[in-house]
Design a protein around this ligand. Structure first.
Ligand code: NAD
Ligand code: MG
Length: 383
């Protein structure tokens, strides 16, 4: 029996993880499940999976959680510190599936336990960068990438020396607006942005996918997980999302990982690692897919990947600033406050201000994140 905690259990990645656990219920002991505020959903999951503790990040929702858990022996807690305390409970594997930099504190708490973390929460790694990778090394923790591209790269690197790699190619679907003109992009509505052609995901990552900021964040994520050098990382648009990423070795061999567009596949690869498990996903039907196509990214219509590349080249506080500004801008877009193309513009304008000094600790990263949110919010108001 293996123990597991799921941070962000009520979200899309959380649901896929719990689906996998349901398939093999007797093999898992669920320790902590967390959510932001969906107390009733969280309580249902905690009861179904007989979790030891259920935690809401927003302590205003703790009352609802307590009510929904009344009569059970499941412990409940609320607030940011409670999320970190839950993440610090010793387990065999922690699935980090909170969205945004809000997940950083809990991820760091799990890392400090020296545990194995299946990381979906890319914003945490983008913001903390070297602060996180140094903590992983210091505490002997293991980071397994859940993000499908990084999971693909991880699989393609297995058993090989990273020094033999000449290129890592991240594939991108191009999102729902891949073929839209600039004028159409300017008028894009939130419900169009969240309707991804290949993947069923949370709202924030769906918008990131539409702006291509998701690939920008993934570029930075890949840089930290697989340090081959920024000039050896590239992005290619592959609309079918069948090849999840590729690694090219110096002898000219390219290894690719293929699979259905279902997050259960990379999540299962982390849960069972270094073994394999059943997912119930339909196998790929290549003759039905017919064609795999590839395009260079268009950074004129989708400037986000360029902004992310520039931010990681600058280093220091720039990636955390880029991420925080993007979170603020995406929330404003989903809220109907700004148009679609303003998202990347707000990120660029936030990065143009004086940037904080390079963060050295978790608190420094959180300070950069806060400062960038304030700047980005001011830009929203002045727009
Ligand atoms: P989601 O919006 O569906 O779920 C997010 C989860 O985080 C929910 O449980 C929510 O309650 C919790 N949460 C949100 N804000 C919080 C806060 N402030 N404090 C504490 N908890 C909070 O998101 P998702 O699509 O499951 O994505 C989760 C993470 O995984 C993101 O970082 C995303 O980029 C990454 N990811 C997702 C997919 C996917 O297919 N959905 C694929 C690759 C990577
Ligand atoms: Mg991805």
């Amino acid at each position: 029996m293996r123990s597991i905690s799921i941070l962000g259990a009520t979200g899309s990645v959380g649901a896929s993880t719990l689906d996998l656990i349901r398939r093999d219920r007797d093999k898992w002991r669920v320790v902590a499940l967390t959510a932001n505020c969906s107390a009733v959903d969280l309580a249902k999951l905690a009861i179904e999976f007989d979790a030891e503790v259920a935690v809401v990040g927003d302590d205003a929702c703790l009352g609802d959680l307590r009510e929904a858990l009344a009569g059970t022996s499941i412990k409940s807690a609320g607030g940011k510190q409670a999320l970190c305390d839950a993440a610090a409970r010793p387990v065999d594997i922690t699935v980090a599936a909170i969205v945004g930099c809000a997940g950083l504190g809990p991820v760091m708490a799990a890392i400090e336990q020296g545990g194995t973390i299946a990381l979906a929460n890319k914003e945490a790694l983008v913001s903390a960068g070297d602060v996180m990778t140094a903590a992983v090394a210091k505490h002997g923790a293991t980071l397994l990438p859940v993000d499908s591209e990084h999971n693909a790269i991880f699989q393609c690197l297995a058993g090989n020396d990273i020094a033999e790699v000449s290129w890592i190619t991240l594939t991108a679907s191009g999102g729902p607006f891949r073929e839209w003109s600039q004028a159409q992009l300017e008028a894009a509505a939130p419900e169009q942005a969240v309707a991804h052609p290949n993947w069923d995901m949370g709202a924030k990552i769906s918008v990131d996918s539409a702006t291509m900021m998701n690939k920008g964040l993934e570029f930075i994520e890949a840089h930290h997980l697989f340090p081959v050098g920024l000039d050896r990382l590239r992005i290619v648009v592959h609309p079918q999302s069948v090849i999840h990423s590729m690694v090219e070795y110096r002898d000219g061999s390219t290894l690719a990982q293929l699979g259905p567009s279902d997050m259960k596949v990379p999540i299962a690869s982390c849960l069972a690692w270094p073994k394999r498990m059943e997912t119930g996903c339909k196998p790929l039907d290549l003759p039905a897919i017919g064609e795999l196509t590839f395009f260079a990214p268009d950074e004129t219509r989708f400037p986000a990947t360029k902004l992310a590349r520039e931010a990681v080249h600058v280093g220091g506080a720039a990636p955390a600033t880029l991420n925080a500004a993007n979170e603020v801008a995406v929330a404003a877009f989903l809220d109907g406050q700004i148009g679609f193309t303003r998202i990347a513009a707000i990120v660029a304008e936030t990065l143009n201000h004086d940037i904080e000094p390079a963060p050295r600790t978790l608190d420094d990263v959180l300070a950069v994140d806060r400062a960038a949110r304030i700047r980005a919010s001011e830009l929203l108001e002045n727009a």
